[in-house]
Ligand binder design. Sequence first.
Ligand code: 8Y4
Length: 277
Amino acid sequence: MMSKLEALLAERRPLVMGVVNVTPDSFSDGGRYLKVDAAVKRALSMVEEKVDIVDVGGESTRPGAEPVSEETELKRVVPVIQKIREESEVCISVDTSTPEVMRQAALVGCDVINDVRSLTREGALGAAAESGLAVCLMHMKGEPSHMQNNPTYENLIDEIRDFFRERISACDHAGIKRKQLLIDPGFGFGKTALHNLELVNRLRHFKSFGLPILIGVSRKSTIKKILGGNNDNLKIASVAAALIASLNGADVLRVHDVTETVAALRVAQSIVEESIF
Ligand code: 8Y4
């Protein structure tokens, strides 16, 4: 059986993953329904904008974000995935490192586990294998709380490639099929702005694994830095960076601005294929 993600990748065009954040409640009790409903609405609007995958996250893995309890993560993310699935057949990924979130997300119709910690948490490899879902393995140096204080590498590309080799092997031993894996060099995760530029410029160096490459550059601080701190053009700049990543071999682009990225990728594909589709 071909998974939903495999079928999308078989279309041989760059895919767009849209970021759907379930934001924290203002108070511990009320307001959760409003946040869940807003996230579902945004996901369904992305479907109309022709997104390929919606990435549902409880804001626990963003750089500098405070750690979120398993209970909070479950209450934010699971109802959103369940309601998206009731309304649409779109491919859904869950942005989580937590085994119980992986299990419950799978039960309500999730398709992909997007784990910035690459299934290193206790029980995560087993939960992912048991779920049968596809998995995105992302490189991160350090933990979100301190990963941006002076990250150094002897050789950035080699170190990330060694990391992928180790995590792909761990997935193999856990019984996760190679066909179910994606790799992501982790733009912004334990890297300086110059490291991030090198990643996108040399993205083809990760093609040797024979796995699809996912990358997320959208609105990140490296893009802001290039613009000199004026964020007026952050959207178009993010689209430009995603387009270059795609031309350099990225198979999936994780973005906030779906309409604009889809249009840019269509123009690029038309030019490369010399056809209007
Ligand atoms: C403004 C908006 C500033 C967003 C920073 C951010 C990735 C990811 C994130 C990624 C994969 C983010 C969950 C960071 N980034 N997953 N997740 N790859 N696979 N920051 O690059 O969007 S969260």
